[in-house]
Write a protein that binds this ligand. Structure first.
Ligand SMILES: [Zn+2]
Length: 257
């Protein structure tokens, strides 16, 4: 059975047919999924919209790096709000948090992202929870900041996009690597990463409604996870069954799902 370790099913693109999407997930053999917060408001919205999911849902709490500039002035109040969600037994990680320089070219915004990244890493340590990391075009800074907080971390670099040298640095820090639709897009560098990763550090994810696997188009849904598993099995010259089993075990180990 699959575990989709990164979804945004609270997104309004699922408002019309969320129930059917959840039923399709069950039909393709997804046993559990991790619903990931984006902006501050989404932390409440997703818990409300997925209250009656027919399969196991676990949540993160956090703020996406692309949304930190809209946060209210008082960081302590934001952190208290997030910390309150983390007390819930269904909340299993801090995320998604990190750095996204791809959509923030101004140096002040990048600096603000780094400030919040430090805060969320500290929060995860205090609460003894893993991190769901979103790192885009910022591996050097992200790795440096993580190292400032210690040589051992728990968490995943979701939707990993980078070189093997960068992936290796995250592995050394104890982190997992999340693979999704990007591995279907003929990116040779990423395929090399997917081939070399130790099996016990790979997580499967769809990042729905984003990152639709090729050749599908439009909104991504978790029911596309078999395409990702098949592509990964192909790249790693192993069976789909092996990929499903190992990645589900990894998700259970990291998030206690
Ligand atoms: Zn995401």
């Amino acid at each position: 059975m699959y575990i989709d370790t990164h979804t945004h099913l609270h997104h309004r693109r699922f408002d019309k047919d969320r129930k059917q999407v959840l039923e399709q997930m069950e039909a393709v053999g997804i046993q559990a999924f991790l619903e990931v917060a984006m902006d501050l408001e989404s932390n409440a919205v997703m818990r409300e919209k997925l209250r009656e999911a027919p399969i196991q849902v676990r949540f993160t709490a956090g703020v996406h790096p692309g949304a930190v500039e809209k946060l209210p002035e008082k960081p302590d109040e934001v952190l208290q709000q997030i910390a309150a969600y983390l007390k819930d037994e269904n909340t299993v990680a801090v995320g998604e948090v990190g750095l996204d320089y791809c959509r923030a070219d101004q140096t002040e915004i990048q600096a603000l992202q780094r400030v919040w990244f430090h805060r969320f890493i500290e929060l995860a340590k205090t609460e003894k929870l893993p991190l769901v990391l979103h790192i885009r075009d910022a591996h050097e800074d992200a790795l440096q900041i993580l190292r400032e907080h210690g040589s051992e971390h728990r968490g995943v670099v979701h939707c990993f996009q980078g070189s093997w040298a960068e992936a290796e640095q995250y592995l050394k820090l104890g982190l997992y690597i999340g693979l999704g639709g990007l591995i279907t897009r003929e990116d040779k560098e990423l395929e090399a990463v997917a081939r070399k990763l130790p099996p016990e550090r790979i997580l499967l994810e769809t990042d729905s409604p984003y990152v639709t696997p090729k050749p599908k188009k439009g909104r991504n849904t978790p029911a596309n996870i078999p395409e990702i598993a098949e592509r990964l099995a192909d790249i790693r010259k192993t069976s789909v069954e092996e990929i499903i089993m190992v990645t589900a075990e990894n998700a259970k180990r990291l998030f206690g799902m």
